[in-house]
Design a protein around this ligand. Structure first.
Ligand SMILES: NC(=O)c1ccc[n+]([C@@H]2O[C@H](COP(=O)([O-])OP(=O)(O)OC[C@H]3O[C@@H](n4cnc5c(N)ncnc54)[C@H](O)[C@@H]3O)[C@@H](O)[C@H]2O)c1
Ligand SMILES: O=P(O)(O)OC[C@H](O)CO
Length: 340
């Protein structure tokens, strides 16, 4: 009797998160997982060392995890599920390349794309997909998840968001297991707004902690940050309850308080007096909040949504305010009623 081979998952992008999720999927074994790296030399090194020493050092690749590079088309032709695990800036290019596929495609990136020009709005992933690949079955995998912990098999819960049930199911089938719970949600806008805005707020809390403003201040930033994230989400068609979930409150708490966060580290380094260029260069990984902050603020302004913490982060990143001035600006706002 012949057995059908398990489905194939292809992960495009071998940074920290792509590698970690590929490890988790391969360890689970529900699908055969291939990790595709843009740089052939990096792919050879990862395969030879069975470890991604550049982006995820100290974590061994499971035996069954294939590493690939070069022409992606043959690999994609065999895929049953494709994961785009690049920074936000590369998502549009991959969606354009993938648009003829009939299998589910999900991205892991959290952010808004930078606007191409001043008169255009920067887009979320699902908005880019609607513009360049409307027929592609797409979704997003998000939620509180430091790559290192997922790769180590530490308990983690994620959310698979898509308007399509088959995409949500494909993500659950490929990754849900004893150490990784995958919840499903059809509120794609809510899940994406949560993932993008929490990065900006983590820069704010990193700065707050770097300046030793205290635990009260950090709790206030997280709580009022959640309020402004929710306001933007509602204006973009999301449901309020999504912001009480994994990609809202969950990822905000993790990223705003966890020292593994690159966005939080940017805030801490700025508080120490580093320039933005120095802070970003010292990370060696993408910190999406740096690139999304201005777009979040612009989209909010266009929608008439008040986002004072985000605006303060943008002013800091652009050098228009010093940290002490940003704190004074936030604390000096007029009294208002609590709530959204
Ligand atoms: N690291 C985490 O813990 C984590 C967790 C959840 C979500 N994310 C999100 O996932 C995304 C990627 O983060 P990361 O931590 O893996 O970043 P990273 O900086 O560790 O790695 C980014 C990788 O993307 C690759 N890349 C860039 N452009 C590419 C392209 N056009 N095609 C293929 N590969 C390309 C780079 O070579 C690099 O390997 C970000 O949006 C981040 O917010 C990260
Ligand atoms: O390191 P950060 O700040 O990009 O955060 C990583 C993940 O998004 C946390 O869920």
């Amino acid at each position: 009797m012949t057995h059908a081979a398990p489905p194939r998952t292809v992960v495009l992008g071998a940074g920290a998160w792509g590698t970690a999720l590929a490890i988790a999927g391969a360890r689970l074994g529900a699908t055969r997982v291939s990790l595709w790296a843009r740089d052939p030399a990096q792919a050879i090194a990862i395969d030879r060392q069975r470890e991604n020493q550049r982006y995820l050092p100290g974590l061994a690749l499971p035996e069954g995890l294939c590493v690939a590079s070069g022409e992606a088309a043959p690999l994609l032709a065999e895929a049953d599920l494709v994961i785009v695990a690049t920074p936000m800036a590369a998502l549009r290019g991959w969606l354009q390349e993938l648009r003829g596929l009939a299998v589910p495609v999900a991205w892991l990136c959290k952010g808004f794309e930078r606007a191409a020009s001043a008169d255009q709005a920067g887009l979320l992933g699902h908005e880019i997909a609607a513009a360049v690949a409307p027929d592609l079955p797409t979704g997003v995998l998000s939620g509180p998840s430091f790559a290192q912990e997922v790769a180590r098999g530490q308990p983690t819960a994620l959310v698979a968001a898509s308007a399509r049930a088959d995409v949500r199911e494909a993500l659950v089938n490929a990754f849900h297991g004893p150490t990784l719970r995958i919840y499903a949600n059809d509120d794609v806008a809510g899940v994406e707004v949560g993932g993008a805005v929490k990065n900006v707020l983590a820069i704010a809390t990193g700065l707050c902690d770097g300046l030793n403003l205290g635990l009260n201040a950090r709790a206030a930033l997280i709580t009022r940050g959640l309020a402004e994230m929710t306001r933007l989400g509602l204006a973009l068609g999301a449901r309020a309850e999504t912001f009480m979930g994994l990609s809202g409150l969950g990822d905000l708490v993790l990223t705003a308080t966890g020292d593994l966060s690159r966005n939080r580290q940017v805030g801490r380094l700025l508080a120490k007096g580093q320039t933005l260029e120095q802070a970003v260069a010292s990370l060696g990984h993408v910190a999406e909040g740096v690139y999304s902050a201005r777009t979040v603020s612009q989209r909010a302004q266009r929608l008439g949504v008040d986002m004072p913490i985000t605006d303060a982060v943008v002013a800091l990143l652009e050098g228009r305010l010093r940290p002490d001035e940003a704190v004074a600006a936030l604390m000096g706002r007029d009294p208002k009623a609590e709530g959204l």
